[in-house]
Each structure stands twice: as structure tokens, then as C-alpha cells.
Design a protein around this ligand. Structure first.
Ligand SMILES: [Zn+2]
Length: 417
């Protein structure tokens, strides 16, 4: 198949006018000027007309479990209240509701041009009931705050469900809900199985208050549910995270910080920046601009982290703190808070940067021969900066290719999805 469009944005070279992409099976085999490409490739020509073709977008952090909670939780006065509110909503949901919620989330992500997703699920046992329509990296979200003695059992059960999937990882939820044994066990498994790890870190002011000062609403809430709080009162969340990792001798010899995809990092002390500066190996960072705004967290230090060499990508987080699963919206929100970043760099956060964070940089995030045929197209005028047009795009994506299969998100098709 040869796909021809007004412009092709490869993420490698400048956008190609009157460009084309040749696809065979689930892979891209050629990309270039349409006139040249059609002389060296055979196959059906799909002419998309006045459109720009770009790599399918990659959502590096979301929780499709909670798609059904859209609009259910208004912003709360503190983070601990939000946790109480989401727990109350979750108590009303059955496994069937969660499966429906995950399916609805997949359909919506796809409608907004997402072809790959890193999805954290609290219910790995439900994965077998879901048929993902896009490339999915499943993470089991692990919480042992109410039963830390069961950490290993919890992980083993999750792996049983996850190992049926092609791509999986483990997600100790956060330092305040997952024990250090749970973190360490996940790291050991990651080393043996070569899987990815992700966690929520330094997200809220209350998390900082809890670990550094042993006070605040999150501290009080977790104390009230029986969490041992003796790890609070001296370190920032980042210091705490790094120390848990450093104290594991088994890992010190074979550590691979690049296996960690850290969500949030909104709350960093000046001393934390020093630590990050000294750290030779950099973990990946995923930022969720609209969820960040919903919670009114401290400013996300995009430029400082980038200057320190951290790879930053974007995720939508869940619809319990966001309004939809669109990554174009996330890019626009990021652009509003970081107007100095060029639009092509912003597009990188949902393509090449996200692919790198998910260790998929040789197969997704670019239009390059050998890569998976995950493509989307959006209307383009042919004049002006194509990257500005991409960031400004605010509609469902009509045409996409996922793993070489053509999908059209017309309203009729969407109803059937
Ligand atoms: Zn999250």
C-alpha cells in the first residue's frame, strides 16, 4: 500500500511536500516524495489529499480503568480528599463496569489519534476480557498499603495475568501506597524479565509535606488507614525514591535507571535538582498537563528537567482528573504553559520521546522504514508551519493505520468500535 498526502511528517527529516509512505504488512518499507516513491514500490495507492500524515501518537501514562469517572469528581480542596472521592466512586464499580470503561477508553484514545498507550490497570485479571484496538503496554498498578506483608503475592498474581500480553510492566503506585519491599521486588523482576517500571512520584504538595515534614492531609489520611509512617519526616519524595533504590545491593551492580518511567515530578526541592544533576543515568519523565492543572500542582519544571538531560513525554492520566483522552489537547496545554518550546519539540513529547521512554524507539514514534505502520492523518493547509497546525488540531482523527491496518474513525465506524 502507498499512502500519499500533502505533507508527511517523519520526525526524522523536514516535512515532505507531496509525500508518501509505502507499507507492507504491519511495517513501513519506504518514505519519501510521492513521485519517486511510486516508481520503486507497487501496490494500491491511498491518496489522502490535503492532509498531513504523521506517526501515531503515544500516550505514555493513563488509567483506562477510570474512563467512566469522567466529570464525576470535581476538583477537591486537597489531594487526600481527591483520593477519598475516587475511592468512593470505585466502590460503586463492578468488574463488568471496569471492562466497559477500559473498552470505552481505548475507543476514545484511538479517535483522538493515539496508536500506542501505556496503560496502568489496577485489575490485570481483566486484561484477558479486553481486546485492545491499539498497541498497548499494560502495567499492573500495585498497592499494598493495607497489606504490605502480601506484596510478593500481589506481584505474582499480577504477573500471571500480565504474562499473557505481548508488552507489560509493573507499576508500584506511589511511595505513599506501595511499600519499599514492593518497589524492590518489582526492580528485581524488571532486571530478570527486562520489563519497564513506572510509578507516580512527587506529584502533589501534600506528598512533599508527608515525606519531608511528616504532616499534612495526605500524612493524616494514610496514618488513619494504618500505614506505618516511620519513613516520613526527613526526606523529599525524590530522595526517598532514590534511597530505596540505592539500598538494594542486588540492584546496585546491575542498575538500569532507564527502566523507570516516572510520572509527575511536580514537587522538587532545590536539593532534588542537585541530586538529579549528579545522577548519571536519567530515568524518563511523563507529564500530564491537564491533570496537572486540574490538581493545581506546582509548576512542572519542564525546562529545568530537559536541561538536565531528562527525556520528557506526555500522558493523559485518567478521566478522574481530565476531560478526555486526547493528546492534541495535552500538547496545547503544555504549549500554553511553555510558550518558549517550539511546536516540533512539543510533538516529540508524544512521538519520539514517548517511544524512547517505553523502550520502543526503534519501532514506533517515527515514519521510517522498518518501523510499525502506525500512522495518522489530519487536515493541513499546505502553507504556514505544519507543526503549528498539528498542535492546533482539535478534532477526532478521521484516518489512521494501526499495525498496518487501516481504520477510519467516522461517526458510523466509531459507533461500531
Ligand atoms: Zn496516574
Amino acid at each position: 500500500m502507498i499512502i500519499r498526502a500533502r505533507r508527511v511528517v517523519t520526525m526524522d527529516d523536514p516535512p515532505i511536500d507531496n509525500g508518501a509512505v509505502a507499507v507492507s504488512g504491519n511495517r513501513i518499507i519506504d518514505v519519501g516524495k510521492f513521485d519517486e516513491l511510486k516508481t520503486r514500490n507497487a501496490g494500491e495507492i491511498v491518496d489522502l489529499g490535503e492532509q498531513a500524515v504523521l506517526p501515531g501518537l503515544i500516550n505514555a501514562h493513563c488509567h483506562l480503568d477510570y474512563t467512566c469517572l469522567r466529570g464525576k469528581i470535581p476538583p477537591q480542596k486537597c489531594f487526600a480528599d481527591w483520593i477519598r472521592a475516587i475511592n468512593a466512586e470505585k466502590a460503586k464499580l463492578s468488574p463488568k463496569d471496569y471492562v466497559a470503561s477500559i473498552n470505552e477508553g481505548f475507543a476514545e484514545a484511538k479517535r483522538f489519534g493515539t496508536t500506542s498507550v501505556a496503560n496502568l490497570t489496577a485489575f490485570p485479571e481483566l486484561i484477558a476480557q479486553v481486546s485492545a484496538p491499539i498497541r498497548t503496554l499494560w502495567f499492573a498498578e500495585l498497592i499494598d498499603v493495607r497489606a504490605p506483608e502480601r506484596a510478593n503475592e500481589l506481584i505474582d498474581l499480577a504477573i500471571e495475568s500480565l504474562s499473557e500480553t505481548e508488552n507489560w510492566g509493573l507499576a508500584p503506585h506511589a511511595l505513599f501506597t506501595a511499600s519499599k519491599n514492593l518497589y524492590r521486588r518489582c526492580e528485581e523482576i524488571a532486571l530478570h524479565e527486562n520489563i519497564l517500571l513506572t510509578t507516580h512520584l512527587a506529584e502533589s504538595r501534600e506528598e512533599m509535606e508527608m515525606f519531608r515534614d511528616a504532616s499534612g492531609p495526605l500524612y493524616e489520611f494514610l496514618k488513619s488507614i494504618g500505614r506505618g509512617m516511620d519513613d516520613c519526616g526527613s526526606e523529599t519524595p525524590l530522595e526517598h525514591f532514590l534511597r530505596i533504590r540505592d539500598s538494594s545491593t542486588a540492584l546496585r551492580s546491575a542498575r538500569n535507571d532507564n527502566g523507570w518511567l516516572v510520572a509527575h515530578l511536580n514537587e522538587l526541592a532545590e536539593s532534588d535538582f542537585k541530586l538529579l544533576e549528579q545522577s548519571k543515568i536519567k530515568f524518563h519523565v511523563v507529564h500530564s498537563p491537564r491533570s496537572h492543572d486540574y490538581f493545581r500542582h506546582s509548576r512542572f519544571p519542564f525546562e529545568r528537567l530537559r536541561a538536565l538531560g531528562f527525556n520528557i513525554c506526555l500522558g493523559t492520566d485518567s478521566l478522574a482528573s481530565n476531560e478526555n483522552l486526547g493528546l492534541f489537547d495535552e500538547m496545547r496545554t503544555l504549549q500554553r504553559s511553555e510558550p518558549g518550546i517550539s511546536p516540533d519539540k512539543i510533538l516529540e513529547t508524544v512521538t519520539v520521546n514517548a517511544a524512547l521512554a517505553l523502550h520502543q524507539e526503534n519501532v514506533i514514534g517515527r515514519i521510517r522504514p522498518g518501523f510499525y505502520a502506525d500512522l495518522i492523518s489530519i487536515p493541513c493547509s499546505g502553507s504556514g508551519n505544519i507543526f503549528d497546525e498539528i498542535i492546533a488540531f482539535a478534532g477526532p482523527v478521521d484516518w489512521m493505520l494501526v499495525n498496518g491496518k487501516e481504520k477510519r474513525n467516522t461517526p458510523e465506524a466509531a459507533k461500531l468500535a
